[in-house]
Design a protein around this ligand. Structure first.
Ligand SMILES: Nc1ncnc2c1ncn2[C@@H]1O[C@H](COP(=O)(O)OP(=O)(O)OP(=O)(O)O)[C@@H](O)[C@H]1O
Length: 231
């Protein structure tokens, strides 16, 4: 269980998060919704350790990880698929996947079969450079790299952004499959409402750095939610 409690985060004098709390449980998808610039990415960066928090706590399976380095969090199984994917364009697909080995013990340093069964295109492109892949293929590669880390928490920041519908479907199926395994807590940042609605077990809606609504997936039917995130 990942528990973010009452977190504040600043960039210089500008406050990006105001008392934000969120929980993510294994076998569930927690969606983070909200318009551009409300702090969704900042929250993800706080969870993975890329941005320090000024107040509040982040706990994982009871352990306080609030000030822990990103590499230590990765070792505990917190994996990040960042917005814009951030794959290595000059490395091959295989090498990009292998960067996920970093937090693993030597015996675990192989690419799990799930990566290729979920995204067969990666298997056929192992020797191609990451930069030669389409945007959708790069997104699959970024998720594959995170899965190579054997995550216990999978943090996905807008995985559907700029991606063609057939690959969005594959990504949705991959998330459903990973949830069904029951041992991964999934945190999904989304602006694509219908995608989020299909997947969310729990959700929060953010505005100006704060959580303004939260609930179970079924409550996403509330028209107020759609109004708050409509662009
Ligand atoms: N590195 C930074 N330095 C200064 N301000 C930042 C930085 N990153 C983000 N911000 C500001 O913090 C606020 C929250 O940004 P954040 O990227 O977390 O929002 P977001 O909801 O993820 O938006 P988007 O959907 O556009 O990615 C915005 O006002 C943004 O301009």
């Amino acid at each position: 269980m990942l528990e973010v409690q009452d977190v504040n985060l600043f960039y210089g004098a500008a406050q990006a998060l105001r008392g934000v709390s969120l929980k993510a449980e294994p076998g569930k998808v927690t969606c983070v919704l909200g318009r551009n610039g409300v702090g969704k990415t900042s929250l993800m960066r706080a969870i993975v350790g890329q941005a320090p928090v000024a107040k509040g706590s982040i706990r994982f399976n009871g352990e306080d990880i609030t000030t822990m380095a990103p590499s230590e969090r990765a070792r505990r199984g917190i994996a990040f698929v960042p917005q814009g994917r951030e794959i290595f364009p000059l490395l091959t697909v295989a090498e990009n996947l292998q960067t996920g080995f970093a937090p693993l013990k030597r015996a675990d340093r192989f690419i799990p079969d799930d990566v290729f069964s979920l995204f067969p295109v990666l298997d056929s492109m192992m020797r191609r450079r990451g930069g030669d892949l389409s945007g959708g293929q790069q997104q699959q590669l970024a998720i594959g790299r995170a899965l190579t880390m054997r995550p216990k928490v999978l943090v996905l920041d807008e995985p559907t952004e700029g991606i063609q519908p057939s690959i969005i479907k594959d990504i949705g199926n991959a998330i459903r499959y990973l949830r069904s395994k029951g041992d991964i807590a999934i945190v999904l940042v989304e602006q694509y409402f219908d995608f989020a609605k299909e997947l969310a077990d729990h959700f929060i809606v953010m505005e100006r750095g704060a959580v303004v609504m939260s609930g179970d997936g079924a409550a996403l039917e509330d028209p107020d939610v759609r109004n708050r995130i409509a662009v």
